[in-house]
Ligand binder design. Structure first.
Ligand SMILES: C[S@@+](CC[C@H](N)C(=O)[O-])C[C@H]1O[C@@H](n2cnc3c(N)ncnc32)[C@H](O)[C@@H]1O
Length: 259
């Protein structure tokens, strides 16, 4: 299926932050409850080892997705880095709650950090989860080039199967039930989340749209290869590939680090 870059609500600067945060809360619980990014942990550990990094910088962290789970996956393979959460629209209240739950392993940056131009002083291996497909090829290449020219390692992980079946079954059929049944259990508790789910259902409707469009935007491994070829630098190595999580769902990845 060819890559289609249609409109997503959460990319729009005018989109209300309260709805964006509700959508990110859903994504965070989904990623965390399904252990989506578990197979990324060994790849992150080995890249940190080759690059001599001790700190992870999550770009486009949104609602902090699977960061708590990632801390525990890495712990279980004897890797104990500190995480720093960043975003162009930082979700401070969620980051504070994640920091409290993490025993000092997670911290965050309160000012906007643009993944296409990360300030030099933010050092560490960069990570992106469930966000690379938001960027058109030119911007995606700028993210890769920014890491490579600043000699920082990077791991990009985007999960999902690019098919009509995923849109019909995984998004349009399953997600409305998930919203209906699970929303009261999402943390931190917010009245706004209940209001914009059950009274005026903007959070579920925008998530269904963005979720379907995200599937169409996924980069295949071939497309990721093409992007890395176009930003190849002498001192920097790229690797792309695909792993499967315990549910058989695919995670496409790009790893880059100074040689
Ligand atoms: C789908 S969400 C990411 C979800 C998150 N990584 C997770 O696992 O829950 C995409 C995020 O990218 C952020 N974003 C969009 N453009 C950005 C940019 N140029 N630099 C940094 N963050 C950006 C948005 O604010 C949004 O939070």
């Amino acid at each position: 299926m060819p890559r289609l870059h249609l409109f997503e609500f959460e990319d729009q600067p005018w989109f209300p932050q309260i709805i964006r945060e509700g959508m990110m809360d859903f994504l965070r619980h989904g990623i965390s409850w399904t252990n989506f990014y578990e197979p990324a942990a060994p790849l992150i550990k080995s890249t940190m080892g080759s690059a001599g990094e001790a700190r992870l910088i999550e770009l486009c962290a949104g609602g902090g997705g699977g960061v708590l789970k990632m801390v525990s996956y890495l712990d279980s393979i004897n890797c104990h880095p500190k995480f720093m959460l960043t975003d162009l629209y930082p979700n401070i209240s969620v980051y504070e709650s994640l920091k409290l739950q993490s025993n000092g392993k997670i911290d965050f940056i309160t000012y906007p950090v643009d993944a296409l131009n990360v300030p030099e002083e933010i050092k560490g291996m960069r990570l992106l989860f469930s966000s690379f497909h938001h960027f058109r090829p030119e911007a995606a290449k700028a993210i890769l080039a920014d890491a490579a020219t600043k000699k920082e390692s990077i791991g990009i992980f985007d999960a999902g199967n690019k098919s009509i079946f995923t849109i019909l079954f995984g998004v349009l059929l399953l997600q409305p039930f998930a919203f209906l049944l699970l929303t009261p259990f999402f943390k931190p508790f917010r009245w706004s989340r209940l209001f914009f789910t059950y009274v005026i259902p903007l959070i579920p409707l925008c998530t269904l749209w963005d979720g379907s469009v995200s599937v169409l935007r996924f980069y295949s491994v071939n497309e990721l290869n093409q992007l890395t070829r176009e930003v190849s630098l002498d001192h920097y190595l790229w690797k792309t590939g695909q792993v499967k999580n315990r549910w058989g769902l695919k995670v496409n990845y790009v790893i880059g680090h100074p040689s």
